[in-house]
Design a protein around this ligand. Structure first.
Ligand code: PEP
Length: 251
């Protein structure tokens, strides 16, 4: 079912001690609240196990920010989907633009990662989005179509329905530039129609599509108010309770 979700992406920030403190503080802040959305925090691998043991994971879901494209074995430095799941995390962010750009992740790699995540009962939060030049050239619809079809169209309808998508225009990530609510709605609606063509109306309607890119307390309400925007993937503003909580409360 389509859900409202606010998910944080801490990226490569916070020591273990700082991360555990932030997770604890968020847990405390939400203890007596019933947010109108699911809350997830995406943390570096080394934080996962301790955070899952420290907070109420029924109230705050925990996501890894990546996982390996191989099941197990001689892949020094990699962390498998099975290992992520063994920490208690329930989600994994895949295909973030920073991973596509700096680590050369492509559709082939991402398909493997998505399948391994699903096989280990992790929910992928799959990111797509165009760069500035593509938006300026009016290619953004084509770019997201290509990112979806090349990596995900091989999934069965049942597996596709388990994914959360995040539309993140690269020009808005960490830049302070945000897509307008109209721009977000326009492309989210396009993404939903594109999914409908492949998987049908029911799956498209039930697909949760988050917006990401300089989302903050000041713009979250308007963005989340759009018909096809089901919440946010939040980078910078997820690094403090003071900034993250008002975004959760925007729902
Ligand atoms: C992100 O990294 O997914 C993101 C949306 O970052 P920011 O909110 O900082 O733009």
């Amino acid at each position: 079912m389509r859900k409202n979700i606010v998910a944080g992406n801490w990226k490569m920030n916070l020591t273990l001690q700082e991360g555990v403190k932030l997770a604890k503080d968020l847990n405390e802040a939400l203890k007596n609240k019933q947010p109108n959305c699911d809350v997830i925090i995406g943390t570096p691998f080394i934080h996962l196990a301790t955070i899952c043991e420290t907070i109420d994971t029924k109230k705050i879901g925990v996501a890894a920010e990546n996982c390996a494209d191989q099941e197990k074995g001689a892949f020094t430095g990699e962390v498998s989907a099975q290992m992520v799941a063994s920490t208690g995390a329930g989600y994994v962010i895949l295909g973030h633009s920073e991973r596509r750009t700096y680590y050369g992740e492509n559709a082939e790699t991402l398909t493997k990662k998505v399948k391994l995540a699903l096989a280990n009962r992790l929910t992928p939060i799959f990111c797509i989005g165009e760069v500035k030049e593509e938006r300026e050239a009016g290619q953004h619809f084509k770019v997201v179509e290509e990112q979806l079809s090349s990596a995900l169209w091989g999934l069965s309808p049942e597996d596709f329905s388990k994914l959360i998508l995040a539309y993140e225009p690269v020009w808005a990530i960490g830049t302070g530039l945000t897509a307008t609510a109209e721009q977000a709605q326009e492309i989210h609606s396009h993404i939903r129609q594109f999914i409908e063509q492949k998987y049908g109306k029911e799956i498209a309607e039930n697909c949760t599509i988050l917006y990401g890119g300089s989302c903050n307390a000041g713009n979250a309400k308007e963005l989340f108010g759009q018909k096809d925007v089901d919440g946010g993937l939040i980078g910078g503003a997820s690094l403090s309770v003071e900034k993250f909580l008002p975004i959760i409360e925007a729902f």
